[in-house]
Design a protein around this ligand. Structure first.
Ligand SMILES: [Fe+2]
Length: 264
């Protein structure tokens, strides 16, 4: 075997109710004010309640930005970055699907780096460390909580691309199955298939290595036993737990191997 590297700098906190630890983590990271990137769907579903309570318990101030759009656009990222800068936020927290987490990553990087986010398309272009990032998924699919990618779109040219950098790795990922309980069956199915595809593409890709293979295989096993159950009965917490673990674990695999043609 050639020499392989498996790198994973993110602290992962997982389990039912884990998202209520966010305040303690922000405090541990010495940040006094947090920028929360999310969308109105997450707010209306009440998924932020426990998170905000947790921040308040630790006297952490926060700015709530609930205008994240699906397929985050560069204009929205600029607007959000302005708000984060002006209000003196020292950490970003993405709560939602991939779009919210990717927005939190992009804002964290653009607070500390010059220019526009599209200047950094590709891998390893970001020059300075970003603000600390906490990623809290509310769907079991994208795995953005454990990857160094932020996927962004230029809405004018309809060009969708990615910025990849170790500086975009979440400092902390909080994986809480309770946040996925209200995801409707259709979205549960689609996001679950996304996670399955991540695991499969990573497993068969040329860059696969022993550690990524072990992760990808375990992810597929969890999805095989629980995706249908999570779609059929959203209240099945064991199935929800398997699915969000599988999604994060697949990301731990594909973050080092990258994906295949299906994703390209
Ligand atoms: Fe995907």
């Amino acid at each position: 075997m050639d020499i392989k590297v498996y790198k994973m700098p993110t602290e992962i906190i997982m389990g039912r109710g884990a998202s209520e630890k966010v305040g303690e983590k922000v405090k541990e990271l010495n940040a006094k004010k947090a920028f929360i990137a999310t969308d109105k769907g997450v707010v209306n579903a009440g998924l932020l309640n426990g998170i905000i309570e947790s921040l308040k318990r630790e006297n952490i101030e926060y700015v709530l930005f609930d205008e994240v759009e699906s397929d985050p656009g560069i204009d929205m990222i600029e607007r959000a970055t302005e708000i984060a800068k002006k209000s003196g936020c020292e950490i970003t927290i993405g709560v939602g699907g991939g779009s919210s987490m990717d927005s939190a990553k992009a804002v964290a990087a653009m607070v500390t780096n010059e220019g526009k986010i599209f200047d950094y398309i590709g891998i390893g272009k970001i020059k300075k460390p970003a603000l600390p990032i906490i990623a809290i998924p509310t769907t079991a699919g994208t795995g953005s909580e454990a990857t160094y990618w932020s996927v962004l779109t230029d809405k004018k040219t309809k060009f969708k691309t990615g910025v990849g950098s170790w500086y975009l790795m979440p400092t902390v990922a909080i994986v809480d199955p309770l946040l996925t309980k209200s995801v409707p069956p259709r979205v549960t199915a689609f996001t679950g298939m996304d996670a399955l595809t991540h695991a499969m593409e990573s497993y068969v890709c040329k860059a696969a290595q022993p550690i990524s293979e072990a992760l990808a295989l375990h992810s597929m096993k969890l999805i095989a036993r629980s995706l249908r159950k999570a779609v059929a009965n959203g209240d099945d917490l064991d199935a929800r737990e398997d699915m969000i673990m599988a999604s994060t674990i697949a990301a731990l695999a594909f973050n080092v191997t990258r994906l295949g043609l299906a994703h390209a």
